[in-house]
Design a protein around this ligand. Structure first.
Ligand SMILES: [Zn+2]
Length: 206
């Protein structure tokens, strides 16, 4: 399968790049993305594809279950998501931060793995401590599909809240210089539900 990657770069250059050469060459001068996209690492949700955006438009961080760890400094750890957030907001001055959750999220399913299975995944186990309250909120829902949807949607809202723990995010949001957006993407229909902050519910975008 690695062969597919190597052939892919050759064909990309030969076909797509050549066909849109001016556009791609223009990117060399720098980036001015309008949106910082926080998504799950899941291979089925491709940020530029689902938003029909081009290279240069989205600044992206993806991790297990599209999580934004709450603001914390000087605790000695290396901060991937926070550093991308800081760069996007303070240096690139993006207009929007979009948290995109999705259906059938393996990261959130892992919250319900038994201890033995989870102990094989030490880093994932640790990472999911960031959303352990979500497990508590949904664990009484008997229908597993419903439980998963609820967990996935609550998770988007939680990460929007976590974004506001960053002073440089909160300040710009309060001044109206930065929009927070929460989406929930359904894999099998490509429907996207947008979080309405006032009504506290997700609404289908159409
Ligand atoms: Zn996921």
């Amino acid at each position: 399968m690695a062969r597919k990657l190597f052939e892919g770069v050759v064909n990309f250059k030969k076909e797509d790049f050549e066909k849109n050469k001016n556009f791609f060459q223009g990117l060399k001068d720098g980036q001015k993305p309008h949106t910082f996209y926080i998504g799950c690492s899941d291979s089925r949700i491709v940020p530029n594809l689902i938003t029909k955006t081009l290279p240069g438009e989205l600044f992206v961080v993806r991790n297990i279950a599209n999580i934004v760890p709450p603001y914390e400094i000087n605790d000695g750890t290396y901060k991937c998501t926070a550093s991308a957030l800081e760069y996007a907001v303070k240096y690139l001055n993006v207009n929007n931060i979009l948290v995109c959750g999705h259906s059938n999220c393996g990261g959130l399913k892992a919250l319900f793995y038994d201890e033995e299975k989870l102990s094989q995944l030490v880093f994932v186990k640790k990472w999911l401590e960031l959303v352990k309250d979500i497990k508590e909120k949904v664990q009484d829902i008997e229908d597993i599909k419903l439980r998963e949807w609820e967990a996935e949607q609550l998770n988007v809202i939680k990460q929007l809240d976590n974004l506001l723990t960053y002073p440089f995010v909160r300040e710009k949001v309060e001044k109206g210089e930065l929009n927070l957006i929460g989406w929930y993407y359904i894999i099998e229909t490509a429907e996207v539900y947008n979080y309405n902050f006032e009504k506290n519910e997700f609404e289908l975008i159409n």
